[in-house]
Design a protein around this ligand. Structure first.
Ligand SMILES: NC(=O)c1ccc[n+]([C@@H]2O[C@H](COP(=O)([O-])OP(=O)(O)OC[C@H]3O[C@@H](n4cnc5c(N)ncnc54)[C@H](OP(=O)(O)O)[C@@H]3O)[C@@H](O)[C@H]2O)c1
Length: 262
């Protein structure tokens, strides 16, 4: 896939992994981006940071159907098609299920999963007009291996994994490469309230994701060989992961109890 002259629609491109993806795609020759995010200020800052790029900046919340429709309408008014849709916007709230507010449960599901599905549906006609298109969905390592205190977040990210897989097969006769990215802990605003020793940089996640797109990979899994082994263990011997959780339960709880980025 040659990314020069491609038109990219991305959710949550105003910070973290999404902004690093924009930067990486610019190095590949992309000049046209349509970005949705809730904060107009963060969107506006993109035009100062990346002066050479043409932006369609649309303030809005991907959990709201009218914001999704408005985003697609703004893009359709300016472009005849899109070549790449990146569903990246996401939020997290860690807690035991009983302690988590109902609002955080509903918002995580609506932002991370329902919004992603609805935007994909509404943007698909534009993607189908491309000669060579990509659909990149950002899941999480927790979409493969669920951890305690992330029950709702993990459910949304496993949902993203399965949605991607189904869409890849549903679109098998189309010119759309469907792929999923599974970042591990990454040093972004989302992680500022979590206690983690080692994190990937958003630039690394973006580079691996774009390399994956260019190489037509279907799953880009961050976290190295150990993560691949853990996914295999979780699938074939899930009780081994349970045992490790049991032994480290209090440490898990302590590390995650303040983790919230909504
Ligand atoms: N960081 C990690 O450790 C990690 C690990 C695994 C997976 N991920 C996933 O990677 C993706 C990006 O995460 P990140 O770490 O880059 O997060 P981040 O630094 O918090 O950035 C999130 C971006 O999404 C936007 N956003 C959030 N909620 C939105 C909404 N309702 N509507 C529209 N835009 C919204 C934010 O802008 P506004 O706030 O202005 O809306 C921001 O641009 C997420 O899907 C996340 O779940 C992250």
């Amino acid at each position: 896939m040659d990314l020069k002259h491609k038109k990219v629609m991305i959710t949550g491109g105003s910070a973290g992994i999404g902004k690093a993806l924009i930067k990486e795609l610019i190095t590949q020759g992309v000049k046209d981006f349509a970005v949705i995010g809730r904060s107009q200020d963060k969107l506006n800052a993109l035009t100062e940071e990346f002066e050479e790029v043409n932006f369609i900046l649309v303030p809005g919340d991907v959990s709201k159907l009218n914001a999704i429709e408005n985003f697609v309408k703004e893009v359709s008014n300016n472009w005849s098609h899109i070549d790449l849709l990146i569903n990246n916007a996401g939020v997290v709230s860690a807690d035991s299920l009983q302690e988590m507010t109902d609002e955080d449960i509903v918002d995580q599901i609506n932002i991370n999963l329902t919004g992603l599905i609805l935007l994909t549906k509404k943007a698909l006609p534009l993607l189908l007009k491309s000669d060579e298109a990509g659909l990149m969905n950002i899941s999480s390592g927790l979409g493969y291996i669920a951890k305690p205190f992330y029950s709702v977040y993990a459910a949304t990210k496993a949902g993203v994994r399965h949605f991607s897989e189904a869409m890849r097969r549903e679109l098998i006769f189309e010119n759309i490469h469907v792929m999923t990215v599974y970042p591990t802990a990454t040093d972004t605003d989302m992680m500022s309230s979590a206690k983690v020793d080692q994190m990937d940089s958003p630039e690394l996640v973006a580079k691996k994701s774009v390399d994956g797109l260019l190489n037509k990979e279907i799953n880009v899994i961050l976290g190295g060989e150990q993560r691949i082994k853990d996914i295999d263990t979780n699938f074939n011997h899930p009780l081994k992961i349970d045992k490790s959780v049991k032994e480290n339960y209090e440490a898990y709880k302590e590390r995650t109890e303040a983790h919230r980025a909504m």
